[in-house]
Design a protein around this ligand. Structure first.
Ligand code: ZN
Ligand code: ZN
Length: 416
């Protein structure tokens, strides 16, 4: 099917910019998107969608329009604990509270504000052009993407028992590429990710009496070094894996050997067997190093697990053709997978339907040409050029949705 998009006029562009500025100025941290959720629900209600809350701060909007295919489109809604430094006149001054009680600044530093803006605007387009097609669109506004808690929370809360089951789930993410272009991978698109907090238990003593101690800092340092051999010595050279120790904390004073030290590690893999191998090896090394030091068994706490993001090859090929039709023949790049992670894949995997996820560019040609490096996602300077980025994001979202529900009611045998 060739997708014909509804026209976007100046009013739409203005409304979309206003929406974006509002959402950008009001970020909330993962799984605390209370105001965002209320705002989204109000807008969706106004547009005549059936709405329900799901997974705490998640919102689902169902746009029913006669008998036809069912398609789902997901946008994530959470901000990050980052102090915004974009200098935009609608920059965020919001604050939030982390799970450990720390007060932090909040920013839509990953561009989830653009995702919500695109999804709401797409919903508006579809709600006001119903006669052009038949079918149901399920808009999923998912909280807590950054912590990997949101998709699973919505599924646990009965997402697919309460919303019509789609034949496919689509989603997209803004990134620092050229606005108007799409990067998409067929097959494995993004890595699985596993994060652990490891607490190394030792025995506290005076810094001058190491013989009385089991030094958790020396022990932890050995663990960190030896963990570097998992990828370099245990994973097949043609397989991809990353193991990063991102934090290490221990002790309060130079002359006290502390009782414990703590570090966190993050593992990225594309293949389940490689993932199992890396995690098993990490566990073995952490345990064995403790034993070598005569220390108690370390405590390993799983902080988060992100599933694989897999783009169904047939659906991806079809979507690439459609996107080239609406965005231009050279606008869509078929690219290798990235080591970033997403919990998007869970939504489709849970009901055994295909999904496709892609990246849309956030910067204008002028911005990209003006600097050797532009700010990427999670930078305090991340500020997409919202006009071209949102316009292209909207085109991509509508292209995907209408490639499934774009047929007029009559060609599908009437409406219900
Ligand atoms: Zn992010
Ligand atoms: Zn993100």
């Amino acid at each position: 099917m060739t997708v014909t998009l509804p026209p976007t006029d100046a009013t739409t562009t203005l409304a979309m910019q206003e929406l974006y500025r509002y959402l950008h100025a009001h970020p909330e941290l993962s799984m605390q998107e209370t105001e965002t959720s209320a705002f989204l629900t109000r807008r969706l209600d106004e547009l005549g969608l059936e709405t329900f809350a799901c997974g705490g701060t998640g919102v689902v909007g169902v746009l029913r329009n006669g008998v036809g295919p069912v398609v789902a489109y997901r946008a994530d809604t959470d901000g990050l604990p980052i102090e915004e430094e974009t200098g935009l006149d609608f920059a965020s001054v919001a604050r939030g509270t982390l799970a450990n009680g720390t007060d932090v600044p909040a920013m839509h530093g990953c561009g989830h504000d653009t995702h919500m803006t695109v999804a709401l605007t797409a919903a508006e387009h579809l709600a006001t052009t119903r006669s052009a097609r038949a079918g149901t669109v399920v808009f999923i506004f998912q909280p807590g993407e950054e912590t990997g808690a949101g998709a699973i929370a919505m599924l646990t809360d009965g997402l697919w028992d309460r919303a019509p089951r789609p034949e496919i789930v689509y989603g997209q993410h803004v990134w620092p590429g050229l606005a108007g272009t799409i990067d998409i991978s067929s097959g494995v698109a993004m890595a699985m990710a596993d994060s652990w907090k490891v607490t190394v238990h030792g025995r506290q003593a005076h810094g001058s009496q190491p013989d009385q101690s089991i030094d958790p800092i020396v022990l932890g340092a050995h663990m960190v070094v030896r963990l570097q051999t998992v990828v370099s010595r245990e994973v097949h050279p043609m397989q991809a894996a990353v193991l990063t120790v991102g934090t290490f904390h221990g002790g309060l004073k130079e002359n006290i050997i502390p009782a414990t030290a703590e570090f966190t590690l993050n593992v990225r893999t594309f293949d389940s067997d490689v993932r199992t191998r890396v995690l098993d090896s990490a566990r073995r090394i952490i345990g064995a190093e403790a034993q070598a030091s005569g220390a108690p068994e370390p405590t390993i706490e799983v902080l988060s697990t992100f599933p694989r993001c897999y783009n169904d090859p047939a659906s991806t090929a079809q979507l690439i053709t459609e996107l080239r039709g609406t965005l231009g023949a050279n606008a869509v790049l078929d690219v290798p997978p990235v080591m970033g992670s997403e919990d998007f894949g869970l939504l489709a995997e849970a009901i055994g339907v295909p999904s496709v996820y892609w990246m849309f560019g956030g910067y204008s040609r002028d911005t990209l040409d003006a600097s050797d490096t532009v700010a990427g996602n999670h930078s305090p300077h991340f500020a997409p050029d919202s006009e071209p980025a949102l316009a292209a994001g909207l085109t991509a979202a509508l292209t995907a949705i209408l490639s499934r529900v774009g047929a007029p009611a009559s060609s599908l045998g009437g409406t219900a």
